[in-house]
Design a protein around this ligand. Sequence first.
Ligand SMILES: O=C1O[C@H]([C@@H](O)CO)C(O)=C1O
Length: 553
Amino acid sequence: AKARHFKWEVGNMFWSPDCEEKVLIGINGQFPGPTIRAKAGDTIVVELKNGLHTEGVVIHWHGIRQIGTPWADGTAAISQCAIQPEETFTYRFVVDKPGTYFYHGHYGMQRAAGLYGSLIVDVADGEEEPFKYDGEINLLLSDWYHESIYNQMVGLSSSPMRWIGEPQSLLINGRGQFNCSLAAAHTPGTKQCTAGGNKHCAPVILPVQPNKTYRLRISSTTSLASLNLAIGNHKLTVVEADGNYVEPFVVDDMDIYSGDSYSVLLTTDQDPSSNYWISVGVRGRNPKTAPALALLNYRYNRGFNLPAVAPPVTPLWNDTAHSKNFTYRILARAGTPPPPATSDRRIELLNTQNKMDGHVKWSINNVSLVLPATPYLGSLKMGLKTALTAARPADTFGRAYDVTRPPTNPNTTTGDNVYVLRHNTTVDVVLQNANALAHNVSEVHPWHLHGHDFWVLGYGEGAYKGDAADAARLNLVNPPLRNTAVIFPYGWTALRFVADNPGVWAFHCHIEPHLHMGMGVIFAEAIDRVGKVPREAVSCGATATALMNGDHL
Ligand SMILES: O=C1O[C@H]([C@@H](O)CO)C(O)=C1O
């Protein structure tokens, strides 16, 4: 294992991801940010300089558990103080497990401003992946809005709320099409996009050799959109999800929610005289965004040789049965550690869209998450009295709540939503979906846990009752290990994890506007066992004051 050093500077820059020039947040003048490639067991060292003019920044290493380094998790107000303009913070952490990961901003809505990139961990020297392939292709998926994140945040926080709406384009490796289609010949009413030369928005062309097997690494850092990916004529064999091997299964198309990552194997066994479409479309919300297209370029065809046939059609956005069919097929590969047979605590989290003084919020057991001025990791480690508000949030919600209807009295409060977890306890979380404020609306929410993988024990329809029928829906034999799991409309999802990583960890809906509107909780885990927090992580707010007054970390 070795240490891999990176010197990065985050900055605003003009960029045209879909050929419309906007300002986004890039790294070292690149968008998306540089890809980190490492081997399992390596230490990653990123010296991150904040080159933004007037705001803080942090970077979260999505899927990396940060075992023993909770201060490097990159969550503003949770694990560290935001890095101020011109300041440098050094992230130092071990990538312990091979897999497909990514990194992104975790302060306000900076992820949606383009602050993201890929993080790929290969097996350690001398180890082998449990499947074979000849080459690799990386697909980092995102969605893109033409309105700045500042407009978006003000709109979401206003009364009445101004919703951000659907994205203007979907991006593949930071490139998308707006107001034109690569497949205009098959898409009535659209203009043909051109080859693009070296423009930021030049279409993605992925060269492959015939009769080989490729590992496609696919991850989604979308702000809002749930995606579906398909490749014309080709089947996909799913082998990895969120840095964990899954029992291989074959699909024609796959759903990818924000926060998910996958590896799929693709064999280039089709007619080599043609190129093939890679199509990424919207699921789960009535789409207003055109699919993003890229080209699988069989050598030695010209790269910009458009397929004669239409791109694969994205399944209907509200075909939830299709989504469930895909998700339920994801099971742990043989050899994955099974979950403990029982748990020590069950936390049931009812997700509701809600109102507060005319503002629209998302709340969890009727409390909407608000982050504090002083990050939790420092304030809890230093034992500051002001770290937590008086009441701990509830472990359950009223069984009488009707999840099939809008809230009868939409009236939420805000709170810190900090759940205190005891070291090495096994925790079950049941995420309960419900009807939103409007009638007959219940949305998909991908929940992401920091600091851990969890086993996805099962899914159910309607209200979770915790009875024998619900228990029978749980898989304790080969549930997949993941860090992101979806709750389907009007349904529930049950997770299990072991609280074996002291730190303060966010657990939240990965939809950027929903987190902004309060859709998350915090797990404060075995704080007394957290190691020495670096000063740079706590040099703000009440922890800075305490340090000046001679308190110790
Ligand atoms: O949080 C949300 O708000 C809007 C809508 O419910 C109100 O405009 C929407 O689609 C969300 O996901």
